[in-house]
Design a binder for this molecule. Sequence first.
Ligand SMILES: [Zn+2]
Ligand SMILES: [Zn+2]
Length: 359
Amino acid sequence: MSPGGERVPPSSPDMEIDLPDKNMNTCQANGEKIQDRDSKRIDYVPKIKWPDFLAQVFIHGGCVYGFYLIFTQAKLLTSLWAFLMIYTSGFGITAGAHRLWSHRAYKAKWPLRFILVLLFTITGQRDAYTWALDHRVHHKYSETDADPHNAKRGFFFAHVGWLFTTPHPDVVAKRQAVDMSDLEADPIVMWQKRLYVPLFALLAIGFPVAVPWYFWSESLWVSFWVNFNFRFSVTLNIAFFVNSVAHMWGQRPYDKNISPVENIAVSIAALGEGWHNYHHVFPWDYKTGELGHYSFNITTGFIDAFAYLGWAYDRKYVSPEMVRRRAKRSGDGSHVWGYGDRDIPEEDLKELEAMDKKD
Ligand SMILES: [Zn+2]
Ligand SMILES: [Zn+2]
Protein backbone atom coordinates (compact mmCIF):
# COMPACT_ATOMS: atom_id res chain seq x y z
CA MET A 1 0.00 0.00 0.00
CA SER A 2 1.32 3.44 -0.83
CA PRO A 3 2.00 5.78 2.10
CA GLY A 4 -1.01 7.70 0.97
CA GLY A 5 -3.13 4.67 1.57
CA GLU A 6 -5.21 5.13 -1.56
CA ARG A 7 -4.88 1.62 -2.82
CA VAL A 8 -6.03 -1.39 -0.92
CA PRO A 9 -3.63 -4.32 -1.06
CA PRO A 10 -4.74 -7.29 -3.10
CA SER A 11 -5.12 -9.44 0.00
CA SER A 12 -7.92 -7.16 1.10
CA PRO A 13 -11.45 -8.35 0.49
CA ASP A 14 -11.38 -5.32 -1.81
CA MET A 15 -14.32 -3.89 -0.14
CA GLU A 16 -16.68 -5.64 -2.50
CA ILE A 17 -18.76 -7.49 -0.02
CA ASP A 18 -21.15 -9.88 -1.60
CA LEU A 19 -24.80 -10.02 -0.76
CA PRO A 20 -25.53 -11.84 2.48
CA ASP A 21 -27.33 -14.67 0.76
CA LYS A 22 -24.34 -15.29 -1.51
CA ASN A 23 -21.40 -14.96 0.78
CA MET A 24 -21.96 -13.68 4.25
CA ASN A 25 -19.28 -11.65 5.94
CA THR A 26 -17.66 -13.72 8.64
CA CYS A 27 -15.63 -12.89 11.68
CA GLN A 28 -13.65 -14.99 14.07
CA ALA A 29 -14.01 -14.94 17.79
CA ASN A 30 -11.96 -17.43 19.74
CA GLY A 31 -11.60 -19.64 16.73
CA GLU A 32 -15.30 -19.88 16.02
CA LYS A 33 -16.77 -18.47 12.89
CA ILE A 34 -19.63 -16.19 13.57
CA GLN A 35 -21.84 -15.17 10.74
CA ASP A 36 -22.76 -11.57 10.55
CA ARG A 37 -26.15 -11.43 8.97
CA ASP A 38 -26.19 -7.65 8.76
CA SER A 39 -23.68 -7.49 5.92
CA LYS A 40 -24.83 -5.73 2.82
CA ARG A 41 -23.16 -5.10 -0.46
CA ILE A 42 -20.77 -2.22 0.06
CA ASP A 43 -18.51 -0.56 -2.47
CA TYR A 44 -15.76 0.84 -0.32
CA VAL A 45 -12.74 2.74 -1.53
CA PRO A 46 -10.68 4.11 1.35
CA LYS A 47 -9.80 7.78 1.05
CA ILE A 48 -7.04 9.71 2.72
CA LYS A 49 -8.09 11.93 5.59
CA TRP A 50 -5.65 14.72 4.77
CA PRO A 51 -5.49 16.51 8.15
CA ASP A 52 -4.72 13.17 9.86
CA PHE A 53 -2.22 12.26 7.16
CA LEU A 54 -0.41 15.59 7.52
CA ALA A 55 -0.41 15.20 11.31
CA GLN A 56 1.39 11.85 10.94
CA VAL A 57 3.87 13.36 8.46
CA PHE A 58 4.59 16.20 10.90
CA ILE A 59 4.96 13.88 13.91
CA HIS A 60 7.26 11.44 12.11
CA GLY A 61 9.23 14.03 10.12
CA GLY A 62 9.83 15.96 13.33
CA CYS A 63 10.86 12.72 15.02
CA VAL A 64 13.74 12.32 12.58
CA TYR A 65 14.85 15.90 13.27
CA GLY A 66 14.48 15.33 17.03
CA PHE A 67 16.61 12.19 16.75
CA TYR A 68 19.28 14.25 14.95
CA LEU A 69 19.17 16.90 17.69
CA ILE A 70 19.65 14.24 20.40
CA PHE A 71 23.09 13.51 18.91
CA THR A 72 24.06 17.06 18.03
CA GLN A 73 22.55 19.65 20.37
CA ALA A 74 20.34 18.24 23.12
CA LYS A 75 21.61 18.01 26.68
CA LEU A 76 21.92 14.50 28.06
CA LEU A 77 19.26 15.22 30.67
CA THR A 78 16.82 16.21 27.90
CA SER A 79 17.25 12.85 26.17
CA LEU A 80 16.94 10.98 29.47
CA TRP A 81 13.78 12.95 30.19
CA ALA A 82 12.31 11.85 26.83
CA PHE A 83 13.13 8.22 27.67
CA LEU A 84 11.61 8.58 31.15
CA MET A 85 8.46 10.13 29.67
CA ILE A 86 8.09 7.33 27.11
CA TYR A 87 8.26 4.60 29.73
CA THR A 88 6.18 6.21 32.46
CA SER A 89 3.41 7.54 30.21
CA GLY A 90 3.25 4.11 28.54
CA PHE A 91 1.48 2.74 31.63
CA GLY A 92 -1.39 5.08 30.77
CA ILE A 93 -1.90 3.02 27.61
CA THR A 94 -1.16 -0.47 28.94
CA ALA A 95 -2.60 -0.37 32.48
CA GLY A 96 -5.11 2.38 31.66
CA ALA A 97 -6.71 2.56 28.22
CA HIS A 98 -6.00 -1.11 27.50
CA ARG A 99 -6.28 -3.40 30.51
CA LEU A 100 -8.56 -1.20 32.63
CA TRP A 101 -10.80 0.76 30.26
CA SER A 102 -10.97 -1.48 27.18
CA HIS A 103 -11.12 -4.85 28.92
CA ARG A 104 -12.19 -4.16 32.52
CA ALA A 105 -9.59 -6.77 33.52
CA TYR A 106 -9.36 -5.17 36.98
CA LYS A 107 -10.92 -2.30 38.86
CA ALA A 108 -9.19 0.87 40.02
CA LYS A 109 -10.04 3.46 42.65
CA TRP A 110 -10.28 7.05 41.46
CA PRO A 111 -6.75 8.21 42.42
CA LEU A 112 -5.26 5.46 40.23
CA ARG A 113 -7.72 6.19 37.42
CA PHE A 114 -6.75 9.84 37.64
CA ILE A 115 -3.02 9.05 37.46
CA LEU A 116 -3.68 6.73 34.49
CA VAL A 117 -5.72 9.29 32.59
CA LEU A 118 -2.96 11.90 33.03
CA LEU A 119 -0.29 9.43 31.87
CA PHE A 120 -2.45 8.39 28.94
CA THR A 121 -2.97 12.01 27.89
CA ILE A 122 0.82 12.50 27.82
CA THR A 123 1.01 9.75 25.17
CA GLY A 124 -1.29 11.79 22.90
CA GLN A 125 -3.20 8.73 21.66
CA ARG A 126 -6.63 10.33 21.53
CA ASP A 127 -9.01 10.14 24.48
CA ALA A 128 -9.38 6.92 26.47
CA TYR A 129 -13.04 6.51 25.50
CA THR A 130 -12.30 6.59 21.76
CA TRP A 131 -9.24 4.35 22.19
CA ALA A 132 -11.20 1.77 24.19
CA LEU A 133 -14.10 1.85 21.72
CA ASP A 134 -11.83 1.01 18.78
CA HIS A 135 -10.03 -1.60 20.84
CA ARG A 136 -13.27 -3.35 21.80
CA VAL A 137 -14.29 -3.40 18.13
CA HIS A 138 -10.82 -4.76 17.25
CA HIS A 139 -11.21 -7.70 19.64
CA LYS A 140 -14.81 -8.49 18.81
CA TYR A 141 -14.36 -8.40 15.02
CA SER A 142 -10.65 -9.16 14.80
CA GLU A 143 -9.35 -9.31 11.22
CA THR A 144 -12.62 -8.74 9.47
CA ASP A 145 -13.75 -5.62 7.63
CA ALA A 146 -15.14 -4.37 10.95
CA ASP A 147 -11.70 -4.42 12.60
CA PRO A 148 -10.45 -0.78 12.62
CA HIS A 149 -6.83 -1.90 12.06
CA ASN A 150 -7.46 -5.16 10.26
CA ALA A 151 -4.04 -6.81 9.89
CA LYS A 152 -5.26 -8.68 6.82
CA ARG A 153 -4.98 -5.37 4.94
CA GLY A 154 -1.21 -5.46 5.39
CA PHE A 155 1.47 -4.27 7.77
CA PHE A 156 1.30 -0.60 6.86
CA PHE A 157 -2.46 -0.32 7.23
CA ALA A 158 -2.49 -2.12 10.61
CA HIS A 159 0.48 -0.07 11.82
CA VAL A 160 -0.56 3.47 10.92
CA GLY A 161 -2.57 3.63 7.67
CA TRP A 162 -5.86 3.05 9.47
CA LEU A 163 -5.44 6.33 11.32
CA PHE A 164 -5.51 8.50 8.20
CA THR A 165 -7.85 6.64 5.87
CA THR A 166 -11.63 6.63 5.94
CA PRO A 167 -12.86 3.57 7.84
CA HIS A 168 -14.71 0.68 6.28
CA PRO A 169 -18.49 1.11 6.75
CA ASP A 170 -18.52 -2.06 8.88
CA VAL A 171 -16.15 -0.35 11.32
CA VAL A 172 -18.47 2.64 11.56
CA ALA A 173 -21.48 0.37 12.13
CA LYS A 174 -19.79 -1.73 14.80
CA ARG A 175 -18.45 1.31 16.62
CA GLN A 176 -22.06 2.36 17.12
CA ALA A 177 -23.08 -1.08 18.33
CA VAL A 178 -20.49 -1.54 21.09
CA ASP A 179 -21.71 -1.04 24.64
CA MET A 180 -19.73 1.77 26.26
CA SER A 181 -22.06 2.45 29.18
CA ASP A 182 -19.39 1.49 31.72
CA LEU A 183 -17.05 4.20 30.47
CA GLU A 184 -19.88 6.68 30.12
CA ALA A 185 -20.44 6.16 33.86
CA ASP A 186 -16.78 6.87 34.67
CA PRO A 187 -16.49 10.62 35.38
CA ILE A 188 -12.71 10.60 34.95
CA VAL A 189 -12.91 9.09 31.46
CA MET A 190 -15.66 11.48 30.41
CA TRP A 191 -13.78 14.47 31.87
CA GLN A 192 -10.75 13.63 29.74
CA LYS A 193 -12.95 13.12 26.67
CA ARG A 194 -14.67 16.48 27.12
CA LEU A 195 -11.47 18.43 27.71
CA TYR A 196 -9.21 16.45 25.41
CA VAL A 197 -7.89 19.33 23.30
CA PRO A 198 -6.70 21.58 26.17
CA LEU A 199 -5.47 18.53 28.10
CA PHE A 200 -3.48 17.42 25.04
CA ALA A 201 -1.93 20.89 24.72
CA LEU A 202 -1.02 20.92 28.40
CA LEU A 203 0.12 17.32 28.95
CA ALA A 204 1.26 16.00 25.56
CA ILE A 205 3.04 19.19 24.48
CA GLY A 206 3.44 21.70 27.34
CA PHE A 207 4.58 19.52 30.22
CA PRO A 208 7.17 17.29 28.45
CA VAL A 209 8.63 20.24 26.53
CA ALA A 210 8.68 22.77 29.41
CA VAL A 211 10.43 20.65 32.05
CA PRO A 212 13.88 20.56 30.33
CA TRP A 213 13.57 24.27 29.48
CA TYR A 214 12.64 25.27 33.03
CA PHE A 215 14.83 22.94 35.08
CA TRP A 216 18.05 22.68 33.10
CA SER A 217 17.80 25.55 30.61
CA GLU A 218 17.40 23.47 27.48
CA SER A 219 16.39 25.57 24.48
CA LEU A 220 12.66 25.40 23.76
CA TRP A 221 13.41 24.63 20.10
CA VAL A 222 15.45 21.53 20.94
CA SER A 223 13.10 20.41 23.69
CA PHE A 224 10.09 20.65 21.37
CA TRP A 225 11.51 18.35 18.66
CA VAL A 226 12.93 15.89 21.19
CA ASN A 227 10.18 15.87 23.79
CA PHE A 228 7.20 16.33 21.55
CA ASN A 229 7.90 14.82 18.11
CA PHE A 230 10.57 12.26 18.95
CA ARG A 231 9.00 11.14 22.24
CA PHE A 232 5.49 11.08 20.76
CA SER A 233 6.60 9.07 17.70
CA VAL A 234 8.45 6.47 19.73
CA THR A 235 5.44 5.87 22.01
CA LEU A 236 3.09 5.80 19.03
CA ASN A 237 5.14 3.30 17.07
CA ILE A 238 5.60 0.99 20.04
CA ALA A 239 1.81 0.93 20.44
CA PHE A 240 1.42 0.45 16.67
CA PHE A 241 3.70 -2.62 16.82
CA VAL A 242 1.05 -4.41 18.88
CA ASN A 243 -1.40 -3.98 16.00
CA SER A 244 1.07 -4.83 13.24
CA VAL A 245 4.02 -6.99 14.37
CA ALA A 246 2.09 -8.81 17.13
CA HIS A 247 -0.51 -9.80 14.55
CA MET A 248 2.09 -11.25 12.19
CA TRP A 249 5.33 -12.72 13.48
CA GLY A 250 5.56 -15.12 16.41
CA GLN A 251 4.07 -18.25 17.92
CA ARG A 252 0.45 -19.17 18.50
CA PRO A 253 0.46 -21.52 21.50
CA TYR A 254 -3.16 -20.90 22.51
CA ASP A 255 -4.99 -20.61 19.21
CA LYS A 256 -3.35 -21.34 15.88
CA ASN A 257 -6.46 -20.27 13.98
CA ILE A 258 -6.12 -16.56 14.76
CA SER A 259 -3.34 -14.28 13.62
CA PRO A 260 -2.24 -12.61 16.91
CA VAL A 261 1.08 -14.01 18.11
CA GLU A 262 3.41 -14.15 21.09
CA ASN A 263 6.25 -11.73 20.38
CA ILE A 264 8.89 -11.11 23.01
CA ALA A 265 10.39 -8.02 21.34
CA VAL A 266 7.02 -6.28 21.33
CA SER A 267 6.50 -7.36 24.95
CA ILE A 268 9.75 -5.75 26.02
CA ALA A 269 9.10 -2.52 24.10
CA ALA A 270 5.41 -2.27 25.00
CA LEU A 271 5.69 -2.95 28.74
CA GLY A 272 4.32 -6.50 28.45
CA GLU A 273 1.74 -6.14 25.68
CA GLY A 274 3.28 -8.49 23.11
CA TRP A 275 1.78 -11.75 24.41
CA HIS A 276 -0.92 -11.17 21.90
CA ASN A 277 -2.06 -14.70 21.03
CA TYR A 278 -2.82 -15.24 24.72
CA HIS A 279 -4.43 -11.84 24.98
CA HIS A 280 -6.85 -12.40 22.11
CA VAL A 281 -7.82 -15.79 23.57
CA PHE A 282 -8.19 -14.55 27.18
CA PRO A 283 -8.77 -10.80 26.87
CA TRP A 284 -10.08 -10.43 30.42
CA ASP A 285 -6.78 -11.55 32.04
CA TYR A 286 -5.23 -8.45 33.63
CA LYS A 287 -1.74 -9.88 32.93
CA THR A 288 -2.42 -10.12 29.15
CA GLY A 289 -0.01 -13.07 29.13
CA GLU A 290 0.61 -16.40 30.75
CA LEU A 291 4.34 -16.23 31.20
CA GLY A 292 5.45 -12.95 32.11
CA HIS A 293 7.84 -12.34 34.79
CA TYR A 294 7.61 -8.71 35.62
CA SER A 295 10.72 -8.12 33.50
CA PHE A 296 8.77 -9.02 30.35
CA ASN A 297 5.47 -7.70 31.65
CA ILE A 298 6.17 -4.58 33.68
CA THR A 299 2.55 -3.48 33.45
CA THR A 300 1.50 -6.51 35.50
CA GLY A 301 4.04 -5.42 38.13
CA PHE A 302 2.61 -1.89 37.99
CA ILE A 303 -0.96 -3.13 38.57
CA ASP A 304 0.18 -5.54 41.32
CA ALA A 305 2.00 -2.71 43.10
CA PHE A 306 -1.19 -0.64 43.12
CA ALA A 307 -3.14 -3.71 44.24
CA TYR A 308 -0.78 -3.89 47.20
CA LEU A 309 -1.79 -0.31 48.03
CA GLY A 310 -5.44 -1.23 47.58
CA TRP A 311 -5.97 1.13 44.61
CA ALA A 312 -6.28 -1.75 42.10
CA TYR A 313 -8.55 -4.69 42.92
CA ASP A 314 -10.73 -7.45 41.43
CA ARG A 315 -7.92 -8.53 39.11
CA LYS A 316 -9.24 -11.18 36.71
CA TYR A 317 -7.05 -13.94 35.37
CA VAL A 318 -7.15 -17.40 33.92
CA SER A 319 -6.37 -20.62 35.78
CA PRO A 320 -3.41 -22.71 34.57
CA GLU A 321 -5.85 -25.55 33.86
CA MET A 322 -7.96 -23.33 31.61
CA VAL A 323 -4.84 -22.25 29.72
CA ARG A 324 -3.67 -25.84 29.35
CA ARG A 325 -7.02 -27.06 28.07
CA ARG A 326 -7.17 -24.29 25.50
CA ALA A 327 -3.58 -24.77 24.33
CA LYS A 328 -4.19 -28.48 23.89
CA ARG A 329 -7.40 -27.90 21.95
CA SER A 330 -6.36 -25.14 19.57
CA GLY A 331 -2.68 -24.25 20.04
CA ASP A 332 0.10 -24.66 17.49
CA GLY A 333 2.05 -26.99 19.79
CA SER A 334 4.49 -24.35 21.05
CA HIS A 335 2.88 -24.15 24.48
CA VAL A 336 5.10 -25.44 27.28
CA TRP A 337 3.26 -25.02 30.51
CA GLY A 338 5.64 -26.62 33.00
CA TYR A 339 5.64 -29.57 35.33
CA GLY A 340 3.68 -32.51 33.96
CA ASP A 341 4.07 -31.40 30.33
CA ARG A 342 4.05 -34.37 27.95
CA ASP A 343 7.33 -33.15 26.47
CA ILE A 344 9.32 -33.57 29.69
CA PRO A 345 11.73 -36.54 29.29
CA GLU A 346 10.94 -39.47 31.56
CA GLU A 347 14.25 -39.38 33.44
CA ASP A 348 13.77 -35.67 34.18
CA LEU A 349 10.30 -36.43 35.44
CA LYS A 350 11.64 -39.15 37.78
CA GLU A 351 14.24 -36.76 39.14
CA LEU A 352 11.63 -34.06 39.63
CA GLU A 353 9.35 -36.43 41.46
CA ALA A 354 12.13 -37.40 43.83
CA MET A 355 12.78 -33.80 44.78
CA ASP A 356 11.77 -32.41 48.13
CA LYS A 357 10.00 -35.62 49.14
CA LYS A 358 8.47 -35.70 52.60
CA ASP A 359 9.15 -38.93 54.48
ZN1 LIG B 1 -6.76 -5.89 24.05
ZN1 LIG C 1 -4.86 -7.39 18.53
